[in-house]
Ligand binder design. Structure first.
Ligand SMILES: Nc1ncnc2c1ncn2[C@@H]1O[C@H](COP(=O)(O)OP(=O)(O)OP(=O)(O)O)[C@@H](O)[C@H]1O
Ligand SMILES: [Mg+2]
Length: 264
């Protein structure tokens, strides 16, 4: 397991000069994408709807091949190789006909581990993921926040140090979302997970990340997206960071990079 103080060393995940297209290069969605994420760090990639965030996530997950560029895991070239990073799609997608414990342990079973052993391994993490006592429930018996925690646990049990998350908090109410963001940052730091969260929600990015990467462009109009800026966030260590002047300044900077006006 990687420890957070690895943050000064080699990144867990690197993208180098990615150019992405869904038709082999005729229509380019994004180009020149460079990014890195260290163990224990949460980085957000923020951009408007349709600018190419999910396309980038699919390439980083090895589900598609870039037209150009490479994806590295601890320096190893894994471009186009699925199964090397964990990822979670926009909806939590727990299977309704499996108990919570079986949902969580599914990646282990799919990886060939006997079911009893997989259940035991997953069970040992339920308390850490705030799910103690829910093992034998059905997903429909959980609150939205708990379902999302179970989905995070299942993603974690995909077994990789890098997690790519596509709009992971969007289905939750505002209070649960804020609680879960705080929990996620602490949990990923403790477990040494390198997380890249993609979102179109600037507040989400600023509340979660230690760095926000801003993606801008209009691929649908023939203007490929690119990362137009990076904003680093020093957290002041207060719970209500989101109502501080520092927060508003950072949000304004991100909105400026996105080319939008800050709502006043
Ligand atoms: N197979 C495809 N055929 C045609 N267009 C595609 C295809 N895949 C992606 N696109 C286009 O590529 C662009 C980027 O799509 P993508 O899903 O990556 O955006 P996104 O930033 O994730 O958007 P959202 O925030 O709405 O999820 C969009 O203009 C989309 O229409
Ligand atoms: Mg998307």
């Amino acid at each position: 397991m990687m420890l957070p103080d690895d943050a000064g060393g080699r990144p867990a995940l690197e993208a180098c000069g990615l150019t992405l297209s869904w038709d082999g290069g005729m229509h380019v969605v994004a180009e020149g994408i460079d990014l890195d994420v260290h163990g224990g760090e949460v980085v957000c990639l923020v951009g408007r709807s349709g600018c190419g965030k999910t396309t980038i996530l699919h390439a980083l997950a090895g589900l598609t091949r870039p037209v150009r560029g490479r994806v590295l895991l601890h320096g190893e070239d894994v471009t186009g190789q699925p199964g090397r990073v964990s990822y979670m799609l926009q909806k939590d997608l727990l299977l309704p006909n499996l108990r919570v414990l079986d949902n969580a342990s599914l990646p282990l079973v799919l990886g060939g581990m006997p079911r009893a052993e997989a259940r035991q391994r997953a069970d040992g993490l339920f308390a850490r993921f705030g799910l103690e006592g829910t093992q034998e429930l059905w997903p429909s018996q959980l609150s939205g926040g708990m379902r999302q925690r179970a989905a995070f646990l299942r993603t974690y049990l995909m077994g990789n140090e890098v997690a790519l998350l596509d709009e992971p908090f969007s289905a939750l109410d505002a209070i649960t979302r804020q609680e879960l963001r705080t929990w996620y940052v602490g949990m990923s730091r403790e477990l040494g997970i390198a997380s890249l969260v993609i979102t179109h929600d600037v507040d989400e990015a600023v509340s979660l990340a230690s760095r926000v990467l801003v993606l801008a462009g209009s691929p649908a109009e023939g203007k490929p997206s690119a990362i137009v800026g990076e904003v680093r966030i020093e957290r002041p260590g207060v719970d209500d960071f989101s109502i501080t002047h520092a927060y508003v300044d950072i949000k304004r900077e991100v909105m400026g990079l996105l080319g939008a006006e800050v709502a006043r």
